[in-house]
Design a protein around this ligand. Structure first.
Ligand SMILES: *Cc1c(COP(=O)(O)O)cnc(C)c1O
Length: 368
């Protein structure tokens, strides 16, 4: 008997998450120098980690023989203080993705339903599948979450509704009014998950924390992977009313976030200089791409995040051809967008290089 026959069928059926192609792997396969490769595939911070975080992490290394504070007291206190909550409202995750897993452990089973938008961050579907739950997909006209339709889709079996705001890979945001109306309609047996991985990039940030403060079944997820430039550390956090955060704490391994990551995150939160520099370079990069695509008559989705979705004809082909020239973007077939690629905003030099290579590849595919 093959061992897969003994496994849960919903796990066997799962299509594993395909991350952005790593620089080292690309360099090995193409025989290129890693330093010549531009990776604009995973929405990472082109300025690197927060310098304050680096310094704090160097210090933390000295205590690597000691188990971390599994409760994350210092970091959770700092986050709570910053946002005006109590430490009990804050939960840490090995990346905010781990908190998505806590939510699924806590609320999903084979009868439960998880609702998300058609072009939502793909991890939600992966998790629903992994837990054997039903994944309910709601149309998102013009690539914007339709919160009214998502509320309409709620049934007695619904447990989780995921709203990525702004969403990845679309880069679009929902309005405060849509959020408030949605929360008004939220039944007691459903948790609304607002994934705010790109919150710090927003010029008009929504206020979802007021609903957490009001004790609604709402959790806000944030991460140190994006604006803080600490994706490799795997650390993020959730903010939820105490009854909800207490439940999620039970789903967590004792030492789920490590001490170096906690130290780095703590310092990064206060690194306003790095945050502002990142916001500025991102704004310039978005303007650069939007202007360039408009000039070329290339269809794109206006973005409020640190990446941009652009229609290129054959996304897989453009990905492959750009890769050959050392620029890693993300093909979007897995998001039901086979004609599109997603490009993360890089430094000015990286953006120029990526556009140059894209131009070259599009010219080639146009003549074929
Ligand atoms: C990048 C991203 C995250 C962050 O995941 P981490 O596990 O914190 O690195 C979460 N949600 C969305 C929508 C993202 O794009």
């Amino acid at each position: 008997m093959p061992i897969s026959d003994a496994a849960n069928s919903f796990v066997c059926d799962l299509v594993a998450y395909e991350p952005g192609k790593p620089i080292e792997e690309t360099a090995r396969e193409l025989g290129l120098d890693p330093s010549a490769i531009v990776k604009v595939a995973s929405n990472e911070n082109p300025l690197g980690p927060s310098p304050l975080a680096k310094e704090a992490m160097r210090k933390a290394i000295e205590q690597s023989h000691i188990y971390p504070d599994g409760g994350g007291y210092k970091l959770r206190s700092a986050i709570a203080g910053k946002l005006g909550f109590d430490i009990e409202n804050i939960i840490l995750g090995n990346g905010s993705n781990e908190i998505i897993e806590f939510l699924c452990h806590t609320f999903l089973n084979r009868d439960a339903e998880l609702i998300a938008a058609k072009h939502a961050f793909v991890v939600y579907k992966l998790m629903a599948t992994l837990f054997g739950a039903k994944y309910v997909e709601v149309d998102d006209p013009d690539f914007i979450h339709d919160l009214e339709a998502m509320a309409d889709a709620i049934t007695q079996n619904t447990r989780l509704v995921f709203i990525a705001n702004p969403n990845n890979p679309t880069g679009t945001q929902v309005t405060q009014e849509a959020i408030d109306n949605f929360i008004d309609r939220l039944p007691d047996h459903v948790v609304a998950v607002f994934d705010e991985a790109y919150f710090e990039f927003l010029d008009t940030p929504p206020d979802v924390l007021k609903h957490v403060r009001a004790g609604k079944n709402v959790i806000v997820l944030r991460t140190c992977s994006k604006i803080h430039g600490l994706a490799a550390l795997r650390i993020g956090y959730g903010v939820a009313p105490k009854p909800l955060s207490d439940l999620l704490q039970k789903a967590r391994q004792p030492f789920n976030t490590n001490a170096i990551a906690q130290a780095g995150a703590l310092a990064a939160l206060d690194d306003t200089d790095h945050i502002e520099k990142t916001r500025a370079i991102n704004r310039q990069g978005l303007e650069f791409y939007e202007k360039a695509f408009a000039q070329r008559g290339i269809n794109f989705v206006p973005s409020v995040a640190n990446f941009i979705l652009v229609e290129v004809g054959d996304g897989d082909l453009v990905f492959k051809e750009m890769l050959k020239q050392g620029v890693i973007v993300r093909a979007m077939r897995g998001y039901k967008l086979p004609g599109w690629v997603r490009i993360s905003i890089g430094t000015s030099a990286e953006n120029h290089r990526a556009l140059e290579v894209l131009d070259h590849v599009l010219a080639i595919s146009a003549t074929n």
